[in-house]
Ligand binder design. Sequence first.
Ligand SMILES: Nc1ncnc2c1ncn2[C@@H]1O[C@H](COP(=O)(O)OP(=O)(O)OP(=O)(O)O)[C@@H](O)[C@H]1O
Ligand SMILES: [Mg+2]
Length: 238
Amino acid sequence: MMQATGLHAYYEKSHILQGASLMVEDGEVVCLLGRNGVGKSTTLKSIMGLVKLASGAVFFNGNNITNLPPHYIARLGFGYVPEERRIFPTISVKENLLMGIKHALPATCPRSGSPWTLERVYEFFPLLGEREVQRAGTLSGGEQQMLCTGRALMGNPSVLLIDEPTEGLAPAIVAQVEGILRAVHHDGTAILLVDQTMGLALSLGSRFYVMSKGSIVFSGNAVELMENDQVRKRYLEL
Ligand SMILES: Nc1ncnc2c1ncn2[C@@H]1O[C@H](COP(=O)(O)OP(=O)(O)OP(=O)(O)O)[C@@H](O)[C@H]1O
Ligand SMILES: [Mg+2]
């Protein structure tokens, strides 16, 4: 469904992505792991067209989408929840969610689940329903995370790229985020998840990539990752 090959990207002169390749099949949950600063967020940004690729290519349902404008990539069926959880603080929760509605391009492959509506987002995130009229800037960190995810879902993505959704959240909220991502997956949406919480990644992911210095140093399933002490010690454990 989504295939990224040989990605190279720079910030000024720093060579950040150094040939990373990864793919996400229809409806699967793929986790991108690695220590701080290895290029995980940059990988998601380059797929979304937010960071220009110097070389390499991104394909989506067979179409080359490399370096297309981010709003166009979103309309093809990508949902993106950035690490910084960008919400519009001065408008209400509901208005933030409505801003996530996208007019899908005709070429898009529709996903299998039912379309997202405000009501459906509120079913998934009752808290957002209760706070519908509240200004988004007054939400807690965990609530803002939910709002960002809900807004991405409002665009009916067939693949959700989500960057560290549990960063800085209390364990109870982490469990909630896990439940939501599981439900989104069961609804037929593929997920590319970046998260440092191994427990969450292992419980949700069917395939794993480990990144180091802008390239992929391991790919495999949960058993292969758990059995590979060398990769875990060298690239993951603190
Ligand atoms: N806008 C930018 N300008 C310059 N350098 C940047 C910029 N954004 C990120 N970098 C650098 O690029 C490298 C990769 O950053 P990136 O955010 O992709 O890492 P990451 O794997 O997501 O890390 P973390 O786990 O801390 O979120 C880091 O060294 C970072 O300092
Ligand atoms: Mg990051």
